[in-house]
Design a protein around this ligand. Structure first.
Ligand SMILES: [Cu+2]
Length: 156
């Protein structure tokens, strides 16, 4: 019993010493982008109102935190998101989303594949090595089980 009390005291002292009212250890500012719907006007795609936003910030320590907030997805369908570099498929002066560039980033996905909620919302969050994202030009969101289906993309 005495030992448990002592451990509890030591634990609270240790916690207190961690909490020195320091500001969060974050560098840079959060950058934002808006997803462009890719399939909302495509007959038979199952999408009519896909939309969403991108927020990302490069943290001290070398990771980029990315948060994708989406609506209008297919309930129960899983989605996976990547950063891509600009590819050669799009002519100069056009948007990066149409360029079919390679996936970049380690790990290669923004968080894990996750299913949309019953009302079609989904938030994906991920940490990736900032150093692996220097060529990142756009973020796209795929159906996890049909990767060619890309309802949302954002140039960044
Ligand atoms: Cu992708």
């Amino acid at each position: 019993m005495k030992k448990q009390l002592l451990l509890a005291l030591v634990g609270s002292v240790a916690l207190a010493s961690c909490n020195m009212n320091r500001a969060p250890d974050v560098s840079g500012t959060t950058r934002k982008a808006t997803f462009t719907a890719q399939l909302n006007t495509t007959t038979g795609s199952g999408y009519t109102a896909a939309a969403g936003t991108v927020d990302y910030v490069d943290l001290t320590g070398g990771d980029r935190r990315t948060v994708l907030t989406m609506t209008g997805l297919k309930p129960g369908v899983s989605y996976v998101a990547h950063y891509h570099a600009r590819g050669a498929a799009a002519p100069a002066g056009t948007g990066d989303c149409a360029s079919s560039g390679p996936i970049v980033g380690t790990p290669s996905t923004i968080g894990m594949a996750m299913p949309a909620s019953p009302n079609g919302t989904l938030t994906l969050k991920g940490l990736q090595d900032t150093s692996t994202l220097s060529t990142a030009a756009y973020i796209n969101v795929h159906e996890a089980n049909a990767l060619a289906v890309v309802p949302l993309c954002a140039d960044i």
